[in-house]
Design a protein around this ligand. Structure first.
Ligand SMILES: [Zn+2]
Length: 253
């Protein structure tokens, strides 16, 4: 069966680029990409949208970003447009023309560039290292500090942490035990609602910090949360237990 046009793996693509940029630490220096491609420049302007890539033919391209955006938003826009640039030069190598891959929906390419940007700014290996050896009691606090560490928005950070580590993250209101904002697919958000309505959890919702192993839908998680003093809402994390349960020994027949 013939396969349609496909896009490269976002993680491998960003990883290769980070090696070329010699970026072994965070926050990733997004402006260093202009050193790798001298024809690529980053320009801040007073524009309506967050940004776009302006190809300049043989001269290269300009990444235009919105001047008024916060630094985290600007960094994500640069990384997203870098995704378009990488796709463009990959096409150019094959067909001789700088363009976005043909035969794919616009939103497919946009989603690819978002995923590329997230793995470029929050590389898998550095994310794994960031959480290595962190106590259950400190997990929520450590997670809350992650956006500043990687210098990305909380949205980008938490969504990517689910994608890479399968940590389910949400804000909830302890009084109503309702999820206010979940950084996971809808079905997973429903699972988080079930977690905070478990009898073993309900009694503890008033606590400012919490960490305990719980079972939801036959899967074991470390469940922890932190109450944010300003808003009164809590950040909850369901972290799947990586250690597999000891195998059940069966008598040999
Ligand atoms: Zn785009």
């Amino acid at each position: 069966m013939p396969t349609g046009p496909s896009l490269p793996d976002t993680e491998r693509t960003s990883q290769r680029l980070l090696v070329k940029l010699d970026s072994g630490s965070v926050p990733i220096d997004v402006h260093s990409i202009a050193r790798l491609w001298t024809g690529l420049s980053i320009i801040e302007e007073d524009i309506d949208g967050p940004g776009y890539l302006l190809p300049l033919g043989s001269l290269g391209a300009e990444i235009i970003i919105r001047q008024s955006d916060p630094v985290e938003r600007k960094r994500f826009t640069i990384a997203h447009e870098l995704g378009h640039w990488v796709l463009g030069i990959t096409c150019e190598r094959k067909t001789g023309k700088f363009e976005q891959p043909a035969g794919l929906r616009h939103d497919t390419i946009e989603r690819w560039c978002d995923a590329f940007a997230a793995s470029f700014l929050v590389p898998r290996q550095l994310l794994v290292e960031y959480f290595r050896g962190i106590d259950d009691q400190l997990l929520a606090t450590h997670l809350l500090a992650a956006p500043r560490h990687f210098r990305v928005s909380e949205d980008a950070m938490f969504l990517h942490t689910y994608e890479v580590l399968r940590m389910r993250i949400a804000y909830f209101e302890p009084r109503s035990s309702k999820i206010l904002r979940a950084f996971v697919p809808d079905a997973i958000a429903a699972q988080m609602e079930r977690a905070i309505s478990l009898p073993s959890i309900r009694d503890w919702l008033h606590l400012e910090t919490f960490a305990q192993k719980i079972e939801v839908d036959s899967t074991w998680f470390t469940c922890c949360w932190n109450r944010l003093s300003r808003s009164g809402r809590s950040l909850i994390v369901l972290n799947p237990l990586s250690r597999s349960k000891p195998p059940i020994s069966r008598p040999t027949p």
